[in-house]
Design a protein around this ligand. Structure first.
Ligand code: HEM
Length: 249
């Protein structure tokens, strides 16, 4: 049987070609352009997810009590016929994982460098400063994410800040959490990245616990750079130990 939605859907490559043919027919065979576009997407999707997943595993290893909370919530989920739990359930019924991931997005954004924007024609006044049209402006993700008025004890990994408190404060925190950028050029892979990371963590911590090794330390895990910001030590070495079914916390 044919699925009309699937038959009508296009791959990214088909979109690029269709767009080129409609808008810039002369460039329709410009392979360099297409290659650059594809490489751009691969690059945007690869290290960002790896860096975020690495720091989430590291933070959970440093804070085993959060591993236990996540595992407890995962174990309460229905197991499907294929032996797996569904992403819909992981996404909606594991609040501890959501809270830990948000804390990692806040403390260790994979990209915290420039996301430039151009001030529109006519200029704009921001915080009482007039910016002429055409000015390139940017923001500081680190300053927003470590604003102590919104995130008390900003340098500490405190997932509970996403699970407690009144709704107004939670919304202010969410509004100030922008690891994927903001506005018209916000990251296109935000939902995919979050799905990949949550499924990875769910798969790992349902069966295993992770413990520290001597090879990775607070110093070696310091984040460097603002673009695909990997740890200084260029690695995160932890040990995975199978959790015995009888010893499930
Ligand atoms: C945790 C993982 C990721 C993080 C932290 C991240 C972060 C970002 C940031 C900060 C931007 C710039 C947004 C802006 O200028 O406001 C961006 C853009 C982009 N990202 Fe991601 N990203 C991630 C994963 C992905 C994935 C998995 C894909 C694709 C499958 C992807 C595709 C893109 C694309 C295509 C853009 C350019 C959007 C545009 O300019 O219109 N990203 N990302």
């Amino acid at each position: 049987m044919k699925d009309p939605d699937f038959d009508n859907s296009r791959s990214l490559l088909q979109h690029i070609f269709a767009n080129l043919q409609n808008v810039r027919p002369k460039l329709s065979t410009d392979h360099l352009y297409v290659e650059a576009e594809i490489l751009d997407n691969i690059n945007a999707a690869e290290a960002t997810v790896a860096v975020t997943a690495t720091y989430l595993v590291w933070k959970l290893t440093e804070h085993p009590e959060w591993q236990q909370k996540i595992r407890k919530e995962l174990n309460a989920l229905e197991v499907q016929e294929n032996g797996l739990i569904s992403f819909a359930d992981v996404n909606s019924q594991v609040p501890s994982l959501e809270a830990c991931l948000r804390e990692v997005y806040r403390l260790h954004p994979a990209l915290s460098g420039r996301s430039e924007r151009l001030v529109p024609k006519g200029g704009r006044t921001l915080s009482n400063i007039y910016l002429p049209g055409g000015t390139i402006v940017t923001n500081s993700v680190a300053a927003l994410h470590r604003d102590e008025n919104i995130f008390p004890n900003p340098d500490h990994f405190l997932p509970e800040r996403w699970l407690e408190g009144d709704e107004e404060m939670l919304n202010r925190r969410l509004n100030q959490l922008i690891p994927f950028g903001y506005g018209g050029r916000v990251c296109l892979g935000k939902a995919l990245a979050t799905m990949e990371i949550k499924l990875l963590i769910a798969g790992l911590y349902r069966k295993y616990k992770t413990v520290m090794t001597e090879s990775s330390t607070h110093a070696s895990m310091r984040q460097c750079s603002t673009h695909d910001a990997v740890p200084w030590g260029l690695q995160c070495v932890i040990e995975c130990q199978l959790v015995d079914d009888d010893q499930q916390e």
